[in-house]
Design a protein around this ligand. Sequence first.
Ligand code: ZN
Length: 83
Amino acid sequence: MNIYGDCSFCGGEVEEKSIEYDYRRQSHLLIVSNVPAGVCRQCGEKYFKPGILKKMDQVYHDIFDRHQIPERVVEIPAVSFQA
Ligand SMILES: [Zn+2]
């Protein structure tokens, strides 16, 4: 039985994987690895069980509001698109 159901975009099969997720809110970006998520085999759309996003939101606030030290900090290059 598939706890995520079929993909609501393409109808493809959704399988559980452990993914790295870019959790972005306002101006902050938090990279969370080992997140359990349903990923569509056809289009790659991601689905989360209830509680997973809430948990990531808690960690987000722990780090950006309550100044908890993250496991690691990465530098991310940023550019403006030039046509
Ligand atoms: Zn899909």
